[in-house]
Design a binder for this molecule. Sequence first.
Ligand code: ZN
Ligand code: ZN
Length: 262
Amino acid sequence: MNIFTIIRRLLFVPICASCGERLSPFPDKRIVAHKRVCLCHSCYKKWVEATGELCSRCAMPAYKCKCVPKMLRNDFTSIPSLFFYEPESENVQNKIIYSLKRIRNRELTEFLAFELYPHIMDEIENKNISRDSLVFTWIPRRKQSISKYGFDQGRELATALAQIFGKKAYPIFLRKGGKEQKLLDVEERKSNLERSVILNRNLLGFPITENRDDISLILENKNIVIIDDVITTGSSMKRAVDLLRTVCNGEIILSSVSKTIK
Ligand SMILES: [Zn+2]
Ligand SMILES: [Zn+2]
């Protein structure tokens, strides 16, 4: 553990992302191999159980479950996730998603990225893709939510994942206005996204050191990983994939922290 991490944890005492308990700045060896301080011992135990819960359709844990939302089934045979999400429940998984959306917590996003990493690696190996060709991106959060909470959890996740792979995360998509997806039905979600999620053609937010003219040049011969926190109907991912196909001929890998199975 480097000195900066220790100083950061001494200044900003880490708290459990699930129950809010104050945590020791030094990782508990019983807890995690990747040394992120984001869950107390008892919540971590619940987390391990949660990630082992079986899919109600295929009876596999989330990381092995190949169930894909209907609208993505033609293009994807699996979307690696860590657990199943039930919106109304009070379980540890929900508290983590709640915390991920509301409190910027580097320890938590890095923890989730490390947990997702081996499952994304499996996808990459199955598709025979080189790690070097990967570009990471995310489904952008609504502007109103970014100003309310001060960050975009998708960006944080994509950045943490890209770092593990030694790559960068790029804002391939932008979001303009639009309503909150969870308040809408399937058809409304689709038209809401069509209006509000767009390609970042001018590459706003891309590192200025990159010599580029056009998004399709940046994405040439690249394979893209799109990350999101929760997949429900798959409409955001579908919109992103459709947009991406117009400028990229590489493989696309989708991954999410959690998914709902209906
Ligand atoms: Zn806890
Ligand atoms: Zn399944």
